[in-house]
Design a protein around this ligand. Structure first.
Ligand code: AHR
Length: 316
């Protein structure tokens, strides 16, 4: 039992659930890793939906390494799965392996994140959030908050996600483009926190030491880093959510609890529940049907502008 559990839980391991294959479709899925509650919720959702749809799933966890994802995709090709899906950790460097999949006639679905490629037609579609819009929504909240508080000068520090990843690039672009029109907004510094709690902690410690009371706002690209950052603000003698405005992205249960405590001001939702769309798209591809090139889930914003006590259980 212990050995079985370890095989299921450890990063980098393979999970095969093909016994449940009632549709005759085998889907190979390369997950990035287990860096956040979001990612763990995303993996769980994909497993549950594969089960619900009767799709055989070969799932591999790449432990945050692109090389592991490329090797997993090559194994899926060798195994001749019907459809390959993956969440690319970064945007660059996929052309060769995707060309191999194309030559093998296996359609590719991008889940959650996008890639940058010069070649047309290597992937069929992208199922994932509109990260640019998330950045816009974070900035729009901040502008409204600054109006309500009557702030004339707003100093912002940013804790970004993994460098060269789609959510990092697009959330930053959406946020910066939106505050660009507001002369009160000033970004003191942006650092890459790799979507990890430990990095959120480190970045915030550095920011508190360097800027201290100059900081008005923390814009953090995910809940994990926000949860890491908050104790560092408290250790420096400031009240998160009051002395410093805290804006996060994801909407996992832990961050929503902290929003309810008043230590986070705004959480822009990024849903990890992409499994249903993934299964339906994979089935369409197996039947040779065309699919929409981009599928964005519907998402919302949770903030101190609403009655936060009414936010229900998040499920991740
Ligand atoms: O790609 C989505 C991002 O990746 C989520 O915001 C983050 O929590 C995850 O690790």
């Amino acid at each position: 039992m212990t050995v079985l559990l370890a095989a299921v839980m450890l990063p980098g391991c393979k999970k095969e659930k093909e016994e449940n294959n009632q549709t005759g479709l085998v889907l190979g899925f390369s997950q990035i890793g287990s860096e956040s509650a979001w990612r763990i919720g995303n993996t769980k959702d994909i497993e549950e939906q594969a089960e619900a749809y009767g799709i055989g799933l070969r799932l591999e966890n790449a432990n945050q390494k692109q090389d592991n994802q490329i090797a997993a995709i090559r194994r899926f090709i060798a195994y001749r799965v019907d459809v390959i899906a993956f969440s690319p950790v970064v945007e660059e460097g996929w052309d060769n392996v995707l060309m191999e999949a194309k030559e093998a006639g296996i359609p590719i679905i991008l889940v959650d994140r996008d890639i940058n490629t010069e070649q047309e037609g290597l992937t069929t579609c992208l199922i994932g959030a509109d990260f640019y819009r998330e950045g816009v929504q974070a900035a729009e909240y901040l502008i409204r908050k600054a109006d309500r508080l009557g702030l004339e000068h707003v100093n912002i520090v940013e804790i970004g996600g993994t460098e060269n990843s789609t959510p990092m690039r697009q959330r930053q672009a959406g946020f910066m483009d939106t505050i660009a029109g507001d002369s009160r907004m000033h970004v003191l510094e942006s650092i890459d926190g790799d979507f990890l709690k430990s990095r959120g902690e480190e970045c915030m410690r550095y920011y508190m030491e360097k800027y201290g009371e100059q900081i008005d706002v923390v814009f953090s690209h995910n809940d994990e880093m926000t949860i890491g950052a908050i104790p560092e603000i408290e250790k420096a003698g400031f009240k998160p959510g009051k002395d410093i405005i805290i804006i996060s992205i994801d909407g996992g249960q832990e961050a929503i609890n902290v929003l309810k405590e008043g230590k986070i001001n705004c959480v822009v939702e990024c849903t990890p529940k992409l499994g249903k769309e993934l299964m339906e798209t994979a089935l369409k591809l197996k039947k040779g049907e065309t699919v929409d090139p981009v599928i964005h889930p519907v998402e919302q914003v949770f903030s101190d502008e609403m009655n936060v006590s009414q936010i229900g259980p998040r499920g991740y």
